[in-house]
Design a protein around this ligand. Structure first.
Ligand code: COS
Length: 380
């Protein structure tokens, strides 16, 4: 038997996150969209409430949750606002390389102070010429005795302006592509590390995304994660988890848009009756509901594969591309149901639609995620 009923503990976690999102996130979501800002106070409160660092083990200052429980919490936070929830959740991605590639000593050294203080980190893989083709990155790490010297530039790095430490991927030899990529932890304040242009984005306006410049940054050897050349696999494994996380963000956003559209369709009267009773819109609402439910089930399935410690690259990629495609469709339909009002900034659905688009692009475009899923199907 497959039991999809949540345990009491899971329902309590869900309620904690739902109450937090309703009280601390949703009321300020439109304001943070209009005037993008770092939601530092909200992050502090989320940390105090136990809603950060969800999948990081307790011994390293995290919540020690599996990916299914993390998905439950993440969905609720994202109903409030995807951008603010993204800043609360960034450590799951940013600290993934330390959890996957780091030694026990490194996990204690980097994660405990970061997590105990409620600070945030960044994941530095992408470069101008290495987006979908992450294996072609050009940031170089030169070995120099007891340290490495990193030189290059990262772009589209979430939380770059505020991170306390950065997981940075660099190559020891660009001609060896994925085989020479190596992962490092670079603390904020390291001489030569600076934050460049901050992106002015269509949606997810308060999700800080910026360049990171590495201008001959000396990184001690003890900050290397795993062996030389293991960095690409560390990055890919981190992204497996990240993609389940993005899928649950997309489920939260889709749910918010669906709920808004449903309520509006019940209230808005045209031709003498609520517009939701017209079959055209009624079918649209039914399709939205089933899409949200299907996205959630795929997300939980991918999370449960991870929690059973089975290889879950395909399930994570599938959940990511399905759920984020659903988010774009459901938020667009929500605007349609609101009609002209939905296209104005007076209603949240306009923001939902803009916020959704980025989800099809980050943590691997949905085309790349189809490559990942298709590759596994073909025995890769
Ligand atoms: N777990 C463990 N190992 C993995 C893995 C995973 N999820 N994915 C790939 N690998 C391994 C492969 O098995 C291969 O190992 P060997 O060298 O031992 O054979 C190695 O990594 C290289 O993999 P592959 O040949 O598939 O690499 P490609 O250069 O073809 O790239 C894609 C594969 C396109 C899937 C990868 O570049 C990618 O995910 N790109 C998108 C990056 C992304 O999501 N960026 C967003 C950053 S955060 S906003």
């Amino acid at each position: 038997m497959i039991d999809l009923n949540l345990s009491e503990e899971q329902r309590a976690l869900q309620k904690l996150a739902r109450d937090f999102a309703q009280k601390e996130i949703a009321p300020v979501a439109l304001q943070y969209d209009k005037e993008p800002a770092f939601p530092g106070e909200i992050i502090k409160k989320a940390h105090a409430a136990g809603l950060m660092n969800l999948s990081c083990p307790k011994e390293y200052g995290g919540q020690g949750q599996g990916l299914v429980n993390a998905a439950l919490i993440t969905e609720e936070l994202n109903v409030g606002c995807v951008a603010i929830a993204g800043m609360i959740g960034i450590n799951s991605l940013a600290c993934g390389p330390i959890l996957i590639g780091g030694s026990d000593e490194q996990k204690r050294r980097f994660l405990i102070p970061l997590n105990d203080a409620g600070k945030t980190a960044s994941f530095g893989l992408t470069e101008r010429e290495a987006g979908s083709d992450a294996g072609s990155l050009k940031t170089v790490a030169r070995s120099a005795g007891d340290h490495y010297v990193l030189r290059g530039q990262k772009c589209f790095i979430t939380n770059a302006s505020h991170a306390d430490l950065y997981s940075i991927f660099a190559t020891l030899d660009p001609s060896k592509r994925t085989k020479a990529i190596t992962a490092f932890v670079v603390p904020r304040g390291s001489p030569g590390l600076s934050v460049g242009k901050v992106e002015d984005k269509m949606g997810q306006r308060s999700l800080n995304v910026a360049e990171v410049n590495l201008d001959d940054v000396e990184v001690p050897r003890e900050n290397r994660l795993g062996e030389e050349g293991e960095g690409f696999k560390i990055a890919m494994k981190t992204l497996d988890e990240g993609r389940v996380n993005i899928a649950s963000c997309a489920v939260g956003l889709s749910r918010a848009a669906f709920q808004a559209a449903l309520e509006y369709a019940k209230e808005r009267v045209q031709f003498g009756k609520p517009i939701g009773t017209f079959q055209a819109l009624n079918f649209m609402l039914a399709d939205m509901a089933v899409a949200v439910d299907a996205a959630r089930l795929l997300t939980w399935y991918a999370g449960s594969m991870a929690d059973q410690e089975r290889r879950y690259s395909r399930e994570a990629a599938q959940a990511k591309f399905f759920a984020t495609d659903v988010a774009v469709r459901v938020t667009t339909d929500a605007v349609q149901i609101y009609g002209g009002y939905g296209y104005t900034k007076d209603y949240a659905v306009e923001k939902y639609m803009r916020d959704a688009k980025l989800m099809q692009i980050y943590e691997g475009t949905n085309q790349v995620n189809r490559i990942v899923a298709g590759g596994v199907l073909m025995g890769g």
